[in-house]
Design a protein around this ligand. Structure first.
Ligand SMILES: [Fe+2]
Length: 173
C-alpha cells in the first residue's frame, strides 16, 4: 500500500492548499477574529491621530506629543496583524466600509471634544481593543497557533499599559 503523501494536495488552480497543522475551520475563525482586531486597531489609530491634530487647552504640548507616540505605535501594529491574516490564508480587510462593519469601537466624534474627554475616549478604545484581542485567545490556544498567540500577547501588553497611562491622567489625587 502506498504511503500517504506528506505534500499538501493541490487546489483547483494548482496552488498548494495550506497545510500548517491548523484546520481550515480554525484558520478561518482566527482570521475573522484578527480582522476584528485589525479594524479596532485601525479605528483607534485614526481617532488618536485626529486627537493629535485637534487637542486644545493647557495640556496641549504634552497631549499632542503623547498622542503622536500612541498613533505611531498603532500605525506600526496594523501591518503585522494584517500579514498574520494573510499567513493564515485569508484576505485582510482594508477599507473604511469593512473596518466600520468589523470594529467594536465607535468612530471619533465629528466635533473635537475637550482634552480630558479625548483621554477618556482613548482609555475606552484601548480597553475595547484589549477585549477584542482577549476574546480570540481560546480558539488560538486550542488550535496551537503560537504566532497569533504571540501577536495577541504583544498587543494586549501595549493596550493595557496605554490604557493605564491615559487613565492616570484622569485621576486627580
Ligand atoms: Fe503632527
Amino acid at each position: 500500500m502506498a504511503k500517504k503523501s506528506a505534500i499538501a494536495p493541490a487546489s483547483a488552480k494548482g496552488v498548494p492548499s495550506i497545510n500548517i497543522g491548523i484546520s481550515d475551520k480554525d484558520r478561518a475563525a482566527i482570521a475573522q477574529g484578527l480582522s476584528k482586531l485589525l479594524a479596532d486597531t485601525y479605528t483607534l489609530y485614526l481617532t488618536t491621530h485626529n486627537f493629535h491634530w485637534n487637542v486644545t487647552g493647557p495640556m496641549f504640548n504634552s497631549l499632542h506629543a503623547m498622542f503622536m507616540a500612541q498613533y505611531t505605535e498603532l500605525w506600526n501594529a496594523v501591518d503585522p496583524i494584517a500579514e498574520r491574516i494573510r499567513s493564515l490564508g485569508h484576505p485582510a480587510p482594508g477599507s473604511y466600509g469593512q473596518f466600520a462593519a468589523l470594529s467594536s469601537l465607535k468612530d471619533a466624534p465629528a466635533t473635537p471634544p475637550k482634552a480630558l474627554e479625548m483621554v477618556r475616549i482613548l482609555v475606552e478604545g484601548h480597553e475595547g481593543v484589549a477585549r477584542t484581542a482577549r476574546a480570540l485567545f481560546p480558539i488560538v490556544d486550542k488550535a496551537g497557533d503560537e504566532p497569533s498567540a504571540d501577536l495577541l500577547t504583544q498587543r494586549l501588553t501595549v493596550h493595557e499599559q496605554t490604557a493605564w497611562m491615559l487613565r492616570s491622567l484622569l485621576e486627580d489625587r
